[in-house]
Design a protein around this ligand. Structure first.
Ligand SMILES: *Cc1c(COP(=O)(O)O)cnc(C)c1O
Length: 238
């Protein structure tokens, strides 16, 4: 079929296949078991049609960063057969909807937000899966707990019964240099190992995006968050 709808679906399917090939190649190159790395498709700012095309091509995990634009997409595509991950800044007045609709939150960096999510997670849903966002560079504008405060926050979040602490997430300073990329991802891996030694058994390293997923997989990523390489450049926010 050559109509525009099919061409568009074919394009998304081809990009998904290409990203999956990159992930599989990096798993092989860096000695990771096949399938060790989950692909999270970051669909923020993208219209519901493009997400539907990715679903049709077999993708199940999607990430959204802005709650207002995420709401209609989750409602249109449903929460039963897809796994929705919240990856953006969590404001206090947004925790209720997030606790009610998302399966994962990757961007918790304050105990107050974790406590609200814990209190608001509906009883009929499983515990909300959590990653703590860690600040890896000296970038004051970026979110994330300072590494020095991470152990204390991790212990407190792990104790909340309606949350399940899985691991760590980072958005390191951008760099085109592979060695520099690996340096930051290695720091996140080491932070995870330090928590392990304190008796917290965590299984998720959420790190790596379109430009640096190979470096992240080399350093132990279990989940890469990919937007542009799947969906093309994002429309600019108004
Ligand atoms: C936008 C975003 C991504 C995806 O970035 P790309 O470079 O488009 O792959 C990943 N993680 C977070 C937290 C994001 O906000």
């Amino acid at each position: 079929m050559n109509d525009p709808q099919h061409q568009f679906e074919d394009l998304i399917a081809a990009r998904l296949a290409a990203v999956r090939t990159r992930i599989a190649a990096a798993e092989r190159t860096y000695g990771r078991p096949p399938g060790a790395v989950t692909l999270l498709a970051v669909s923020k700012t993208q219209p519901v049609e493009i997400i539907a095309a990715a679903v049709k091509a077999g993708q199940r995990d999607f990430g959204e960063s802005y709650l207002q634009e995420a709401q209609p997409k989750l409602e249109a595509l449903g929460m039963e057969n897809l796994t929705w991950h919240f990856t953006g800044a969590v404001q206090s007045n947004k925790t209720l909807w997030i606790a009610q609709h998302f399966a994962w939150v990757h961007s918790v960096d304050r105990l107050k937000i974790a406590e609200r999510l814990n209190a608001q997670r509906p009883a009929h849903l499983p515990a909300l899966n959590i990653c703590l966002q860690v600040k890896l560079g000296a970038e004051p504008q970026k979110a994330g707990v300072e590494p020095a405060h991470l152990p204390e926050l991790a212990r407190a979040v792990a104790a909340l019964p309606r949350l399940r602490l899985h691991g760590l997430m980072a958005l390191p300073p951008e760099s085109a240099d592979f060695t520099t990329q690996r340096h930051y991802f290695r720091a996140l891996h080491e932070a995870l190992q330090a928590l392990h030694e304190q008796g917290l058994h965590l299984d998720t390293l959420s790190m790596g995006m379109s430009q640096d997923l190979e470096a992240a997989i080399a350093e132990g990523a279990t989940l890469v968050r990919v937007g542009t390489a799947l969906f093309g450049a994002r429309p600019r926010k108004a």
